[in-house]
Design a binder for this molecule. Structure first.
Ligand code: IMP
Ligand code: MG
Length: 173
C-alpha cells in the first residue's frame, strides 16, 4: 500500500483554489479550452474548473508514457483527430497531473501547434524538480516535488491508487 502522505487533501484544495484565482485573472473575459490529460488529470481538472470564474470549455486527451514506475520514453495515445477542430484558433490550457521528463507535454504541445491553437499554456498540479529530459515550462505549478514516485488525487501506479484523497509517496520497490 502507498506510504507517507506528501500533500494532504486540504493543502491540495487550497492550492487548487489559488490556481483557479490566478487563471481567472489571466484569462479574464476570454473563453479558454481547458484540455485535461487523462487519466491523471481527472480530479485536478474537475476541481480546477470549478475554482475558475470563466466561461471555459472542457475537453480531454488520453496520453500515457509510464509503465509502472518508469517512464517508457514513448508517448502513446496521441490520437487527436477530434482535437483538430476543437483547438484551431483557441487559447488552450493543458491541465496535467505532473510534469516529469517533459515528454508527454512536449508531444502534446507540438500537436496543438500543428492544429493551430492560438495560444498554448500548461498548468500542472505537480512538477518534479530534477527529472526534466525535454525542456518544457509549465506556466502554473501547484507544487514542486522531489523526484519520488507519488500516487493519489489522480496519480496512479499502473492504474491503482488514483482515488486516494492525499498525495502519497510510494517507497521504491
Ligand atoms: P513525462 O512525460 O515524463 O513528463 O510524464 C508525465 C506523466 O507521467 C504524467 O502525466 C503521469 O501520468 C506520469 N508520472 C510521472 N511521474 C509520476 C509519478 O510520480 N506518479 C504517477 N505518475 C507519474
Ligand atoms: Mg498522466
Amino acid at each position: 500500500m502507498p506510504g507517507r502522505v506528501l500533500i494532504p487533501q486540504d493543502q491540495i484544495a487550497a492550492r487548487v483554489r489559488e490556481l483557479g484565482g490566478e487563471l481567472t485573472r489571466h484569462y479574464a473575459d476570454r473563453r479558454p479550452l481547458f484540455l485535461g490529460v487523462m487519466n491523471g488529470a481527472l480530479f485536478f481538472l474537475a476541481d480546477l474548473v470549478r475554482e475558475v470564474e470563466l466561461d471555459v470549455e472542457i475537453s480531454c486527451v488520453r496520453l500515457a508514457s509510464y509503465v509502472g514506475r518508469q517512464s517508457s520514453g514513448l508517448v502513446r495515445g496521441l490520437d487527436d483527430s477530434d482535437l483538430r477542430e476543437a483547438v484551431r484558433g483557441r487559447e488552450v490550457l493543458i491541465v496535467d497531473d505532473i510534469l516529469d521528463t517533459g515528454r508527454t507535454l512536449s508531444a502534446l504541445v507540438g500537436s496543438l501547434h500543428e492544429h493551430k491553437a492560438s495560444d498554448i499554456r500548461i498548468c500542472v498540479l505537480l512538477e518534479k524538480e530534477s527529472a526534466r529530459e525535454i525542456p518544457v515550462r509549465a506556466h502554473w505549478v501547484g507544487f514542486r516535488v522531489a523526484d519520488e514516485f507519488v500516487v493519489g488525487y489522480g496519480l496512479d501506479e499502473d492504474g491503482r491508487h488514483r482515488q486516494l484523497r492525499d498525495i502519497q509517496i510510494i517507497e521504491k520497490a
